[in-house]
Design a protein around this ligand. Sequence first.
Ligand code: TRP
Length: 333
Amino acid sequence: MAKPIILTGDRPTGPLHLGHYAGSLRSRLAFQDTHQQFLLLADMQALTDNAHDTGKVRNNVVEVALDYLAVGIDPERSSICLQSQLPALAELSMLYLNLVTVARLERNPTIKDEIRARGFGRDIPAGFLCYPVAQAADITAFRATVVPVGEDQAPLIEQTNEIVRRVNALAGHALLPEAQAIIPRAGRLPGVDGRAKMSKSAGNAIALSASSDDITAAVRAMFTDPDHLRVADPGKVEGNVVFTYLDAFDDDHAAVADLKARYRRGGLGDSTVKRRLEDILQALIAPIRARRAELARNRDHVIDVIRRGTLRAREITERTRDEVMQGLGLFRL
Ligand code: TRP
């Protein structure tokens, strides 16, 4: 039996960081054994809120691909492909826009939050409001049935499946499969400052390409329990970023549980816990950084990987486009 198809992707707007690693890259490595995987460099989607800065989007295409390869994505098993050079995605987007109302797009809770966060006011780029439709085109074009995304993206999969059901009803048969969102149970990795989301723009991220000194500095400055003033004091583990990161990256769960108990009781200093976390992060990132530096010396190879992945993606997405156009009764030459 053919392996189920997974589509995931990232907007190429900056280098990837530990939040991406814990939230998605790690599971993508595991999916390589069980699924046929496509990784979309979503540069068209990045433009929906970066049209003023195409240079940033262009420059980060290879950077994000480098991050993928450096963590161990195998381009023979996971096709890395470039959204803007997959015309079938744009064609399906245009078609699907007719199956969705403006009111429905405006009701999407993710979009509402993002519009507020970006301060668009009344000047919302139409492409931004409609990006859930374009994402539905991405997912259905690849016939993906599994879409690993953060919790905030769940309403987009909901929207995708509404479109799938519309298409299937109009076609009179199950032309497209519905997609299932896979949401990581661990939740989102907070920034080193304790804020809910790690992001480069907030300045609270540890990049996958971070130097050894960057890591040391980030861990040293990491948010712990502000009321834990003396080593002997009992400390709080909840909301303490160092423990959140140990939960995410330390495989010795018994040792972490023991550290937590000692910290709560009092007598365990921040610096001891931080030293353990720093060792773990240095050991995690060092091989990624080395591999990334080596790959970066041969950009042509990376570009070739993207080209080959995009060609594979073209085959499947163009076949789906033809089936949908046909299924919906368009005149085809
Ligand atoms: N919206 C995703 C993000 O912001 C990127 C993305 C674009 C995507 N198309 C996709 C993810 C299709 C999964 C499936 O990171």
